[in-house]
Design a binder for this molecule. Structure first.
Ligand code: IDP
Ligand code: MG
Length: 140
């Protein structure tokens, strides 16, 4: 068996504010993945701009950065075979209205009519992204 993969999960400020941290962690643990490290972070703009650099210039970019710095975020290093793909599947589609029931965004998220979708969770989308994002959020 190959070495387990690692990914970065963020519980976004809406997830923390709505007391869904336990529910989201429980879904990740119930699926069978390992929580390797976890911390609550109040991210600054530099961290968020680096994290979301690929979206710079898009209409939702500034609202996204403002939303992400609006409150604490829970950052989690999660490990397991094919965990990157598996967590993206647990999250569901970006738009919580379209996210399938059974997924985190589909079951727990909704559209609030804002400039940015508040969809509870971020998860790395490729091995390269995971490595880059883990080094941003778990620096020390
Ligand atoms: P992802 O989180 O599913 O990977 P990305 O396309 O990487 O989605 O976008 C990052 C975040 O920006 C999303 O999770 C969501 O909060 C927000 N976002 C993405 N696309 C839109 C949009 O078209 N309208 C409003 N917000 C968006
Ligand atoms: Mg993304």
């Amino acid at each position: 068996m190959s070495a387990p993969q690692e990914t970065l999960v963020l519980i976004k400020p809406d997830g923390v504010a709505r007391n869904l941290t336990g529910e989201i962690l429980s879904r990740i643990e119930s699926k069978g993945y390992q929580l390797v490290d976890i911390r609550m972070v109040q991210p600054d703009r530099d961290l968020l701009r680096a994290h979301y650099a690929e979206h710079e210039g898009k209409p939702f970019y500034e609202p996204l950065v403002t939303f992400m710095e609006s409150g604490p975020v829970v950052a989690i290093r999660v490990a397991g075979h094919r965990v990157i793909e598996g967590i993206r599947s647990l999250c569901g589609a970006t738009d919580p209205t379209q996210a399938a029931p059974g997924t985190i965004r589909g079951d727990l998220g909704r559209d609030w009519g804002l400039a940015v979708q508040q969809n509870l969770i971020h998860a790395s989308d490729s091995p390269e992204t995971a490595e880059r994002e883990l080094s941003l959020w778990f620096k020390s």
